[in-house]
Ligand binder design. Structure first.
Ligand code: 3SK
Length: 516
């Protein structure tokens, strides 16, 4: 019989056993919890979930803002041997209903601000028997409907001991929509949580017990739950939870107030944060930044370091891998690259015929293997067969390895363009466009010309208060900095770019927009 391992116990009670009971585990808008208090709260919420009827391996779907209820509910579900399914708070009711039905969750817990979406999402969902809402109101549903406090009051008592799960037991499902298509539930084991903490968290980020983690990415993202839960709790450090939408002023104040030492964000936040020109003292305690989601342009790495005095480690991860598997290293950042494989992960670049690229300079499809990769997508055999190849996972990202061993993203494999028979990386053109002082964002997609051949077309967003330069100027600017064949053939100025819930640009929407 395999050894027992419960990831929620590992992140809470085991820290208490290790002597961290009096240390602060989490700061939240209403106060803070020590490790001892958090462990008790997890036992209490687990008791309430069990009394609602939650049993091991059943799914509990959570649509909640980053606050203490979400934090404890995720851990309590995992403690019980059930499966936590933290879901995006940015989805409409109809989008959420797909997740509710697909996951077959019996209990759905929502934050009060999402009551309307939740009402639509659970309407007629056959497996939902209880819907809980934080705050004072209840969801209007045929299922049992109660408030968070009523749920706690109806409990038969705390669950003192965690359920006897194994490394292999399911702990956490995270839905990913990718850039198109039906959302897929990436299924993670208890072991995956320990794995990301012991690889990226400890060996790259170098997280220490005195660290205070502040993440712009919320807990329902794989990136956010690692930053705000798995990494800090695995070593006895603290996390800061903030329910509201991130903006640079608020987060810089939080960094100052809580003396944050590790600051996690995404390129679409770093850009405005540099532009906001905030008082650098607010970041005085930050010793390191981390970035993921999309490639961090070199100018943003320099901008944060020059303006705010800390280094940002850019990396690439995925919901399927649970966190970052290629990352820059402290003191050795190669700006503009994703860095080097994280210990514990193997990386291969493969040609379209499947052969492995061994040299530098040739681009290929990024495949990874590592212990934290999900066991697959729930009930999606079709996609599983395309993505998971034995130990290896096809990421869908096109990468190139440099002479120094660093990996640089060339964009999604599907987005790379062949122009006149030569590969053109949209991100290379985007990086050039972003060097133009008037531009805040730029995306290049392939659009067919009158011959049906793809040509690069740029969609650009001007910086606040600045007029977008005209197309000829930007094309000439690209021609100056890039081989001529890579220049966009047209430039379209837009107010904003269409993005997924995780902030990824929806290139297919731009293509659709241009076609109409
Ligand atoms: O997009 C990423 O790079 C990422 C990083 C960590 C965890 C999850 C994701 C999607």
């Amino acid at each position: 019989m395999a050894d027992l391992f419960n990831a929620a116990e590992y992140l809470t009670a085991r820290r208490v056993d290790a002597g961290d009971g009096d240390r602060v585990a989490v700061h939240h808008p209403g106060g803070r919890l020590t490790y001892a208090e958090l462990t008790d709260e997890v036992r209490r919420v687990a008791g309430a979930l069990r009394s609602l009827g939650v049993r091991p391996e059943q799914r509990v779907l959570l649509v909640m803002p980053d606050d203490v209820e979400l934090f404890t509910a995720i851990l309590a579900a995992i403690w019980l041997g059930a499966v936590a399914v933290p879901s995006s708070t940015m989805l409409t009711g109809r989008e959420l209903s797909v997740l509710v039905r697909d996951s077959r969750a019996g209990v759905v817990i929502g934050g009060e601000p999402f009551a309307a979406a939740l009402t639509t999402a659970v309407d007629g969902a056959p497996d939902v028997h209880s819907v809980v809402l934080t705050g004072q109101s209840r969801v209007d549903t045929a299922a049992r409907s109660l408030t968070w406090d009523e749920m706690l009051a109806a409990s038969d008592g705390p669950v003192d001991a965690p359920y006897g799960t194994w490394d292999e037991s399911q702990a956490l499902w995270l839905y990913t929509s990718g850039t198109t298509g039906k959302p897929k539930g990436a299924m993670h084991r208890h072991a995956d949580i320990r794995s990301v903490a012991e690889t990226y968290g400890t060996q790259v980020l170098g997280i220490e017990p005195d660290d205070v983690c502040l993440s712009v990415a919320k807990l329902f993202f794989a990136y956010g739950i690692g930053n705000s839960m798995f990494f800090p709790l695995s070593v006895g450090a603290s996390a800061v939870l903030e329910p509201s939408r991130p903006n640079p002023d608020l987060y810089s104040r939080l960094a100052e107030q809580h003396r944050a030492t590790l600051f996690f964000a995404v390129p679409s936040f770093w850009g405005p944060m540099i532009a906001a020109d905030l008082p650098p003292e607010r970041f005085a305690t930050v010793r390191r930044g981390a970035s993921a989601g999309e490639a961090l342009p070199a100018r943003m790495f320099h901008g944060v370091r020059d303006r705010y005095g800390f280094e940002v480690l850019d990396g690439i991860g995925s919901t399927e891998a649970l966190h970052i598997f290629i990352s820059n290293r402290p003191g050795e950042v190669v700006p503009g690259s994703s860095g080097f494989p994280v210990p514990g992960y193997q990386v291969e670049l493969r040609r379209t015929d499947g052969s492995v690229i061994t040299g530098a300079g040739e681009s290929g499809m990024l495949f990874i293997s590592g212990d934290s990769i999900c066991t697959g997508y729930w009930c999606r055999t079709d996609v599983n067969r395309l993505v998971f190849h034995g130990e290896w996972m096809r990421t869908g990202d096109q990468y190139v390895r440099g002479e120094d061993g660093s990996y640089t993203c060339l964009g999604r494999a599907d987005d790379v363009l062949k122009v006149g028979g030569i590969w053109v990386s949209p991100s290379e053109v985007e990086v050039r466009l972003l060097e133009h002082p008037s531009l805040a964002e730029a995306v290049v997609v392939g659009l067919p010309d009158s011959d049906g051949l793809d040509k690069p077309v740029a969609f650009v967003v001007a910086r606040d208060g600045v007029e977008a330069p005209d197309a000829d100027e930007l094309i000439a600017f690209c021609r100056d900095g890039l081989a001529a064949f890579k220049r966009p053939r047209a430039v379209i100025a837009v107010d904003e770019l269409p993005k997924t819930a995780t902030g990824k640009i929806q290139r297919f929407r731009l293509r659709e927009q241009a076609a109409t």
